[in-house]
Each structure stands twice: as C-alpha cells, then as structure tokens.
Design a protein around this ligand. Structure first.
Ligand SMILES: [Zn+2]
Length: 454
C-alpha cells in the first residue's frame, strides 16, 4: 500500500513537470497568442512572420486530395451513430483553475472543406475527432468521446458501471461520469479496466474512483500483465523527458489554427489536468483469462509489446462485442514515437490482431476501441481487423526489405515517389515489378503518413 502511495506521489511530480502546465513564452519573437492553449482565426496566420504554404506544399496537398479515398464516408456514419447528447459546455476546468479541456478551440475544422495549410487526411481525421458527447454502442455499452485524447467506455453491470480507460485527467474523467449520470441515471463505478500502460488510459482514474473503495474491495481495478512496470517506467522514470519531447511531437502549445495545431490523429489533444494512478487489484497474467465482474462475463486477451508493452483486448461473449484497446483504431498508429516511448514491435502487433480476429473477430457484431468510433456488423469488423493486421505486418516486412540493403529514408521517399509514377518511373523494370509485388508503395506511403499518436 505504501508503495502505491509513493508511486502516486511520483506521478503527480511527473505530471506537474510536464505537458499539463501552461508555459509562458520566453523568446522575443514568440507568437503573441501562444500563451496557453488559444485558438486563432482560420483566415490568417497567427504569427506575423508566418508564411503561406509554398508551391511544393500545395502540390503535395493537391495530390493527396486527388488520390486518397475521400469518397468513402463510412467513418463519418460510424462516428455519429448512437449519439445521445452533448454537454452544453465546451470547456472542462482543471482543479488548478485553468482549462483542462476546450473543444471550442477546434470548431474551425468543421467550418471549411479544405485548408491549404492542413494535409487533407489530417483535416478529415480532425473532423471525425470533433465528435463530442455521449454515444450508445449497443444497449448497455456507452462511450463518452471528445472529453480527452481517449474515449471513456461505460459497460453496464448488475449494480453499476465497469469503466474502460478512465482518460488522462481526473477532471475530464469526473466530467464524463457526471454527464453519464445526468443522461443515464446515477450508478456507482464497480470496476475499472485499464487496456494498457499509457497515461491517457488510466491517468483520470481518481476522478471516478475513491481509492478507499478500492482498498475496501468495493471497486476492482483490472489491468494487463506487467502494467505497473511499464506505466511507471514511461511516466515516472522517463516521465519528464518524454513529456518535454511530447510538446514538440504534438505542437501542443501552438494555437489551434490551420497554421498551428490541427489535432493529433487519435483525438484533438491531451487534457491538461491531474494525472494519477490506482494500482490494479487484479492483473491478467495468463494469455487469456475469463472473469465475470458484476454479472458481465469478459474474456481478457493479453497482447504484450504491441501498441504498448502491456496491453490487452477484451471480448464480451454474451454481447459479441470486441474491445481492442488501442491496437485497432481509426488510424495507422505510429511505431516509433518522437516523444520517446518504447519502439513498438509491428510484427507482434500484427500477430495479436490476427489472434483477436480468429478468436473473436469472426463472431463479433461490434468492435470498440479506446480512440475513435465503433465498427458495427461482422463484415465491417473483419474488414477493419484484417486491414489493420496487414498494415502493421506490411510495415514490418517492408522496412526490413528496404533496411537490409542499407536504404536511407531519403531514398525510401524517392522510391515512393517513383513507384507511384508507374509509366514515367526511372526505376528499372525489374525493380518496379519487385516494388509492385511486395506492396512497397503502400508501405512507404503509410510509413511517411503515420499519424501522431501516443
Ligand atoms: Zn491512447
């Protein structure tokens, strides 16, 4: 118990030195409105020295508009399906007095089809991530989206809620629970499941659970194997360094603007509040374990060294719902994060998605995850599982394919361009056919277009 308290204290120290505090600009030519998290009008650059996109940028954007499958609108239908209500407020205040969350900052992404300074794929993702409020997945399964970087999911048990992934900050998690109480009736939290060891999936737990209730056995906390080891190593041992680097990776202090911060792929941004932790009371040690909690049968499937070193999926056999944590979302997740998280094993990632597909996906009616929106219908579930499995498998294979002959990243980029030019390509016929048969163009395109994620 004593160890838990020390860890929590360390978390608070780590969090206070990191992303969550607004920092005053110090450079003389710092943009005038970057203090804190502000937004700028979409019709002009926020900085007096800011430039319009160059002709090279415009060419890249134009090419993306013409070549990416924007006609496929299924994500938009899935994103809005099951909407119950949105709060009347856009801002969630932190206990320290600043805004922990403010959806108003990005309303501009919904106001125009295109911006010449934002890649159309990132803009599309930002529009999808503007979902905000409470959604029903199926009766008994609800998600609050747009309150933080992750979704918080509420599964109805016999006497209360089983909560999956209680967000980054106590303030946003508390607001989500209050909104659920308001819309669906007040119920206690009887269990919390952490899908993995990243802070946006456990940091808000103290906003919805009193640790005394956990100690008294009233609330269970369930986590995958080695959860404490990896949550502590990332958030405490390397916490300050990684938080500092995160500022640069995501540009979190830039104004929300077509010339600044336009979302982070997984969601709009990370909440700026109190990050904490309550240690699990049950760790899923075996490859697969079945437990019934408050009348809900759940099959936990460990998937280590995938998106996180400690991560698991959950299958609800009675409801045919598959929860994929952060392993299958609406993006191509990064493999190496510039903020310094452990490099992910794309091959293991692909293999565990394949396991989930054959164990559960072939029976699943719905698939939900800790970011983005659900997939309904078995055909769609399988389509997304298979596509994501192949994406991570292919990136592993093609990186090795190009790394072994000592291909530089610049050269990869050149090959990508050449491979996409088919008839005008200057590569040899033999090399072109090798590229085509191995799917190199898709892999390199994916590699270069990896969206920012935790
Ligand atoms: Zn996450």
């Amino acid at each position: 118990m004593h160890r838990t308290l020390i860890l929590v204290a360390l978390f608070i120290i780590a969090a206070s030195g990191c992303a969550q505090k607004e920092q005053a600009p110090t450079e003389a030519d710092t943009p005038p409105d970057t203090e804190g998290q502000t937004s700028a009008k979409p019709d002009g650059h926020y900085h007096p020295k800011g430039k319009a996109p160059s002709k090279h940028t415009l060419a890249v954007i134009e090419k993306a508009r013409a070549s990416l499958p924007f006609a496929d609108k299924r994500d938009f239908e899935e994103q809005k399906k099951g909407f119950i209500a949105a709060p009347t407020y856009m801002k969630i205040m932190a206990d320290a007095g600043h805004a922990a969350w403010d959806m108003d900052r990005w309303q501009w992404v919904l106001e125009s089809e295109d911006f010449d300074s934002v890649h159309p794929s990132l803009l599309r993702q930002a529009k999808l991530n503007m979902n905000y409020g409470l959604y029903e997945v199926i009766p008994g399964f609800y998600q609050v989206r747009g309150f933080d970087l992750a979704n918080i999911t509420f599964v109805r048990g016999k006497t209360g809620w089983i909560v999956f992934d209680p967000l980054t900050a106590a303030e946003t998690a508390r607001a989500a629970k209050e909104f659920v109480d308001e819309q669906l009736g007040e119920l206690p939290v009887v269990a919390v499941v952490y899908s993995h060891s990243h802070g946006d999936h456990f940091g808000g737990v103290r906003g919805i659970v009193d640790e005394a209730d956990v100690r008294a056995g009233k609330v269970q906390i369930i986590a995958p194997r080695d959860f404490m080891q990896y949550s502590v190593s990332e958030n405490i041992y390397a916490g300050n360094a990684m938080s500092r680097r995160m500022f640069y990776q995501y540009g979190v202090l830039l104004p929300a603007s077509p010339y600044g911060h336009a979302g982070q792929g997984l969601a709009m941004t990370v909440a700026a509040g109190n990050l904490g932790l309550i240690a699990p009371t049950r760790v899923i040690e075996k490859a697969i374990e079945v437990h019934t909690v408050d009348g809900v049968k759940m099959e936990f499937h460990n998937a280590p060294f995938t998106e996180a070193p400690s991560e698991m999926h959950t299958w609800f056999p009675e409801k045919k719902v598959l929860w994929t944590g952060e392993n299958v979302t609406g993006t191509f997740h990064n493999i190496y994060t510039l903020r310094g998280a452990m490099v992910r094993d794309a091959l293991a990632w692909s293999k565990y998605i394949n396991e989930a597909l054959y164990l559960y996906g072939k029976q699943a009616d719905v698939m939900i995850a800790s970011h983005h929106w659900p997939r309904w219908g078995n055909d769609r579930v399988q389509e997304v599982l298979r596509g994501q499995r192949d994406l991570y498998g292919n990136i592993n294979n093609q990186v090795l394919h190009l790394a072994n002959p000592a291909t530089s990243t610049t050269r990869c980029s050149t090959w990508r361009t050449r491979a996409s030019r088919s008839t005008r390509s200057t590569t040899s016929t033999r090399h072109r056919s090798r590229l085509a048969s191995s799917g190199t163009t898709a892999a390199i395109t994916a590699l270069l277009n990896t969206t920012a994620a935790r």
